[in-house]
Design a protein around this ligand. Sequence first.
Ligand SMILES: [Zn+2]
Length: 404
Amino acid sequence: MKYLLLIGDGMGDWPQAALGGKTPLAAAETGNLDFMAQNGTLGLARTVPEGMPPGSDVAIMSLMGYNPQGILTGRGPLEAASMKIETAPDELVFRMNLVTLGHEGDSHYMRNHAAGNIPSEDAAELVEALAKELPLTEGQRLFSGVSYRHLFTWPGMKPADVPSIPPHDFRDQEVSHLLNDPAAKPLMDLAKASWEILGSHPVNRKRGAEGLPPANSIWLWGPGLRPQVKTYQERWGVTGATVSAVDLIKGLGILTGLERIDVPGATGWLDTNYEGKVKATLEALEKYDYVVVHIEAPDECSHQGLLDMKLKAISEFDSKVVGPLLSAMPRFGEEFRILAACDHFTPLELKTHSAEPVPFILYSSTVGELKPSGLTYDEANAASTGVLVDPGAELGHLLFGQEK
Ligand SMILES: [Zn+2]
């Protein structure tokens, strides 16, 4: 048996007046997803447990069949895993963004949560300067990653001791109150200490001269301890891989025993290398039982509030990823099951994630294994079936069956 998990990040949405009351998922061309929904199980899954933030880390862990509740405390350790960085059980790992803060009088603004997507080489120089000059305490470590995305570790600090304030939730907003929030003081003190080091750095002087946003502050968020979980091999006797542009998915894969496959040109945007991802998935299925394929673009379009682009991202997920994989699966000469879903809603109206249960499809090549829903893939049809998988991690049992 071969298994696929196909994730269109942030596809779920609310009805749009501009679409005559349809959601983007209902309005977009999705013939392949519709085929699987009509001929398989369609329903809703609660991928974000009550009380947890609706992050992709939480939601995708659920889609992958692992309940994040009590296990997942932040995305930091997932990114560390994807970078093959070993962290101690008591070492709190933060995502450290390089960001662009703007100043007007005494007020501070989050001008760019990604420091204008600063090139990795320039960012590495800044992280090196920070590692030397920040007033670090015993055991704190910095690791430079890709573009604006880096890591900071803090042994002995607990996830509950500090808030997680995602900088992308405050695009172009004033952040003075956050910088002065007593609960976040340890993090904001470090951010403030970074200003002098970064502001005068040659990399930022060069960026200024070129009219690019300076990487003039760090921003620590997403703190967590390394989740302790069994692998797919241990739970279901299944081997596999991840195909994604996104670090936290690669990290979830590594923690659960999946190989991390990097596809050249996988960008997380509409210009991603869809053909390369499909090819890498099929090559991985020659060797393994299971592949997680993740497409980020619908989520990015939603964060930017771009309806037309979101429709395009959803129909490209369908025509360039789902369709080619569905038609290629018979080549392995084995029965197969496909779980397709979005991880969470990213309503265009909110420009950020929300926590309602997501529509999912379970499709099986085995005739008669599943009762056909007869319905196309969208939020309302999924709700109308009355199927609610809660907790969403139970999807793992629908896909793979009983655990060993
Ligand atoms: Zn998102």
